[in-house]
Design a protein. Sequence first.
Length: 185
Amino acid sequence: FADMGVIVEEACIDFTGADEIFHVLRGQLFAAGRASLLDYRDQLKPEVIWNIEAGLKMSATDIAHATHARGALYQRTLEFFDKYDLLLCPAAAVPPFDGHSRYPTEIAGVKQERYIDWLMICGAISLTTCPAASVPCGFTNDKRPVGLQIVAPPREEAALISACSLYEQTQPYANMLPIDPIEPV
């Protein structure tokens, strides 16, 4: 974006507590599907079973605290966008991983406690209600694609689409293909 004459500054929304908020609210949604656990447990992935069971253990107080904390996160998001037009961040905490692995269990030497931790940057963004999109921004040394997540203020989908379009028009990645895909586990 700097190459396009845009002022780029290092800044971030204060995502304090976002991982726990996401975990609780996701658990609540999965708990609503508890009938699936009872009727189809043998057909569900272990991660889905874990999510449903974690959600069933949550109390109304847990959910109320998470909902309140999400409101505070939303206010911090609005404060961020009072100063900045967009947030640019990685699309994921890791590049694409081996298709034979279910998910990364460690990132930069840090053990991941939950199977969704590697995607927490996306979860945190979803809590803000902001429109977001990922665009290709390059490749790792072994030709795995890397994405840039572009986030606009709440209800600013047009600004997001314009920013993504501008970025893709000035970059060579949109029509490049990465390595051949590998069937997932």
